[in-house]
Design a protein. Structure first.
Length: 268
């Protein structure tokens, strides 16, 4: 029987991979209005680890707001808050709000979770906080030759229909950040649209922390999305946040097999 906790981790990973990198990373492609924007943001913003960044610790609350107007005039407003932490070694911890995944498993109860990525040890953990249990997994390495930069790239689109402008440098969430606005125009008729469609993305990137501290995206097909790091602190987070508590039952997911073993090493 498949372990429900491990299955949930795989669901999160699948969402992240399917939706592609977000403001922590490496570029984005204009999307249609069919995908659930809540799941997209969970995977893209705070639900997936980025490149290893050392020497730049911080703690913050990653807040995502989604606003969408339906064809009948009805409005959808959703807000999720995810505490995130990174220490000087590049270890990260995320505590995502998982209520957005309730539609993926109707009638199920999803326990409070935390994700730890430890590039020093080359492992990751999914902590089930209410059950005092954890799953250990080996972290995949980056493809050969891939730079470990976290500088956002431009959206993947036709350069002829893309306009990029610098917004200068401002203090965002208490840190200096460089702003960029990109406007992608979908010409009339390209996707059956009677008139041109403009997708506007705004990104504010902190060179010091090497992360995006604020991003905005407006797409007439899917609405408006805003991501921002609030209550940002550059102090070193407590080291206890990046280890599995001693009283947690630890299960290791063995690569290449369906087997698992507990903290003592006995196969399950």
């Amino acid at each position: 029987m498949v372990n429900k906790g491990i299955l949930l981790v795989f669901i999160l990973a699948a969402v992240a991979v399917a939706q592609g990198p977000g403001p922590r990373g490496r570029g984005m492609r204009p999307r249609g209005g069919d995908a659930d924007p809540t799941l997209r943001f969970l995977g893209a913003e705070a639900g997936r680890p980025g490149p290893v960044i050392t020497g730049a610790p911080y703690s913050a609350e990653a807040v995502t707001e989604i606003n969408r107007t339906l064809p009948d005039g009805n409005k959808i407003h959703q807000t999720t808050t995810t505490p995130i932490f990174r220490d000087s070694q590049g270890r990260t911890r995320r505590e995502p709000a998982l209520n957005a995944l309730s539609s993926a498993a109707p009638g199920s109860t999803i326990p409070a979770l935390a994700f730890i990525d430890d590039p020093v040890a080359g492992v990751g953990y999914a902590l089930y906080l209410t059950k005092h249990s954890a799953t250990k997994m080996t972290l995949p390495g980056p493809p050969p030759g891939m730079p470990r930069s976290n500088r956002p790239l431009q959206p993947l689109s036709d350069p002829a229909n893309t306009k990029t402008e610098s917004l200068g440098r401002q203090s965002i969430s208490g840190v200096p950040a460089d702003g960029t606005r990109t406007t992608v125009t979908i010409p009339a008729g390209q996707i059956g649209n009677a008139q041109p469609i403009q997708i506007v993305s705004e990104t504010w990137y902190s060179p010091d922390l090497r992360i995006t501290v604020l991003s905005k995206r407006s797409d007439p097909r899917s609405g408006e999305r805003v991501f921002q790091l609030n209550n940002l602190s550059r102090a070193e987070p407590p080291s206890t946040l990046f280890v599995v508590p001693a009283d947690f039952k630890l299960t290791e997911q063995m690569r290449g097999t369906g087997m698992r073993r507990n903290r003592g090493g006995a196969p399950q």
